[in-house]
Design a binder for this molecule. Structure first.
Ligand code: NOJ
Length: 558
């Protein structure tokens, strides 16, 4: 196994462990039941102690919150519920003082319907410059009352909404690939391109280290906006043509964005949220003159099964090696059912990761799910490349299944005709204390009850709290802290080579430089090599025997 240069000689984003903060749900400093920037700032010591390298903050811009900030009404300001630009500046500065990088979300595919551009577009005439910033079309049919094509919104229902024109009559339609309140921008319009460049510079000037690009495979739509193929053959083969994803035009944009990042000091970067496959398509986003990272979502769609996981690791690493980019592993984020539930219930595709389609949830075995989520974490942190953690995974919180229907807020709930409960179950505010006061410590105001947080916390939520795990040997929080500390100290972890160890069909095992090895057991108890020293395990071992659903890091002694 050859070694790359030392970690200090590589750009930080090749190895970074980045912690995703969903600002509404992280920490509330002013007692309104909604998380905020001051709350994040107050928890920086916690993040430092956890041992992460960077934080990514989900959208913090002014927004009517139809999709909790992914509907942006002003890209150059801060949502008043979260604070002010001065608060953001202070957070960036203090994170940097602690040696923590900070990246923010950028949402280029669509704005909010309350963005001034969209308000102007509605007031303007068909064919106007104002409408041309979005994707407006006349409808089909004699009165134009059929949508311009057959595209469906990701959250459910038709992807087109008809507007009322100045004469009071139904008129054109606009495209929204997500919620009705999220009109798609027209990326063929140079004004859109240059505004988004200004937005990047605005935040780079304020010191952010980079961006997470929302729907990075969207933005460009195929010329003529052709229908999605719905013929039985295409549906059966899964080759329905998606004329709105992964179009060539996005790569020109990323090349020009890369030039902007490179014009700033200090390894500024971006990570693409591109739900594309196979891995070779993802690799195109991280070619040397494009973006630095692209989330690797393979593990969000895997069964807890050794062979499948080995295959996904191989495919990902090979595809990215061809363009010289590191892999960026993801096991959790704010869009998917928590890994504990997923890995136990065997949820294997993107659609299944939302609550309503997850099979029989009553079969969830929390103990087994916890073992698997913890093993998966040790596997992720030992694999080559960087990793993105999502708040709460270091506490092994499960998906919250008992949010009352009248408190659900995800636009999926409404747009699916109240069939799909959506993603609120992984967004419940973090339990910092086991006492219910202040919504389990989420809020600085002790009088706030758990059901008064913006998403209600269930009675049982406190048992996963930070304070009940802090300093407790064997807790998930202690495991993450210890693993991140070992990862920093090990010369062979992070970016660099790996080599498979053949240890049987139910074992995923690999070596990293420095005589380091990771074993994950998917089958019956397994004997580790006699000459190996245990560095950390995801559950107690008995001697050298690795139990089912357990992972271990060892030093191999020759
Ligand atoms: C992906 C984001 O992660 C998700 O939360 C959001 O709903 C959609 N993009 C639309 O912006």
């Amino acid at each position: 196994m050859s070694e790359l240069g030392s970690r200090a000689s590589r750009p930080w984003w090749r190895d970074a462990v980045t912690y995703q903060i969903y600002p509404r749900s992280f920490a509330d400093s002013n007692g309104d039941g909604i998380g905020d920037i001051e709350g994040i700032r107050s928890r920086l010591p916690y993040l430092k102690k956890l041992g992460i390298d960077a934080i990514w903050i989900s959208p913090w811009y002014p927004s009517p919150q139809h999709d909790h900030g992914y509907d942006v009404s002003d890209y150059m300001d801060i949502e008043p519920d979260y604070g002010t630009l001065a608060d953001a500046d202070l957070l960036i500065k203090q994170a940097h003082n602690l040696g923590i990088k900070l990246i923010i979300d950028i949402v280029p595919n669509h704005t909010s319907n309350e963005h001034k551009w969209f308000v102007q577009a509605l007031a303007a005439k068909p064919g106007s410059l104002e409408r041309n910033r979005y994707i407006f079309r006349d409808g089909k049919g004699p009165n134009g009352d059929l949508p311009p094509n057959n595209w469906e919104a990701v959250f459910g229902g038709c992807a087109w909404e008809r507007v009322i024109e100045a004469d009071g009559k139904a008129g054109q339609w606009y495209l929204h690939l997500f919620a009705i309140e999220q009109p798609d921008l027209n990326w063929e319009n140079p004004e859109v391109i240059s505004h988004m460049e200004d937005v990047l510079k605005f935040w780079l000037d304020r010191g952010v280290d980079g961006f997470r690009i929302d729907v990075a495979h969207g933005m460009f739509k195929e010329a003529g906006l052709p229908d999605v193929r719905t013929d039985p053959e295409a549906v059966m083969l899964g080759t329905e043509h998606k004329p709105f994803w992964d179009q060539e035009g996005v790569h020109d944009i990323y090349r020009s964005w890369r030039a902007i990042f490179d014009s700033y000091p200090g390894d500024r970067m971006a990570v693409a949220e591109a739900w594309v496959s196979p891995a070779s398509r993802i690799a195109r986003y991280v070619r040397p003159d494009e973006l630095q990272n692209s989330f690797n979502f393979e593990m969000l769609t895997t069964l807890w099964q050794a062979q499948q996981i080995r295959q996904k690791i191989d495919n990902s690493i090979q595809a990215l090696a061809e363009v010289g980019a590191p892999t960026s592993w993801v096991f959790n984020n704010h869009d998917v059912v928590r890994s504990l539930d997923r890995l136990d219930l065997g949820l294997t595709n993107h659609a299944d990761t939302t609550f309503s389609r997850q099979g029989d949830a009553s079969e969830l075995n929390i103990a087994r799910g916890t073992l698997r989520a913890r093993s998966a974490a040790l596997m992720m942190l030992a694999l080559p490349g960087g990793a993105y953690l999502y708040q709460g995974e270091e506490l092994a919180v499960p998906e919250v299944r008992d949010i009352p229907p009248d408190r659900l807020t995800d636009p999926r709930w409404r747009m699916s005709g109240f069939q799909d409960r959506g993603r609120d179950g992984c967004r419940v505010p973090i339990p910092w204390t086991s006492r219910p006061a202040g919504a389990f410590g989420f809020s600085s105001d002790d009088s706030l009850r758990p059901d008064q947080a913006w998403l209600p916390q269930s009675d049982w939520w406190g048992k996963y709290s930070v304070d009940s795990q802090d300093g407790i040997e064997g807790s998930t929080l202690s495991m993450y802290r210890q693993a991140l500390a070992i990862r920093k100290a090990e010369i062979g972890l992070g970016d660099g080579p790996m080599e498979w160890i053949q240890a049987g069909k139910d074992i995923v095992a690999f070596k990293r430089p420095g005589d380091f090895a990771c074993y994950i057991n998917f089958g019956l108890a397994f004997e580790l090599p006699r000459k190996s020293v245990i560095l950390i395990s995801s559950a107690p071992l008995s001697g050298q025997s690795l139990p089912t659903d357990t992972a271990v890091w060892v030093r191999l002694i020759s």
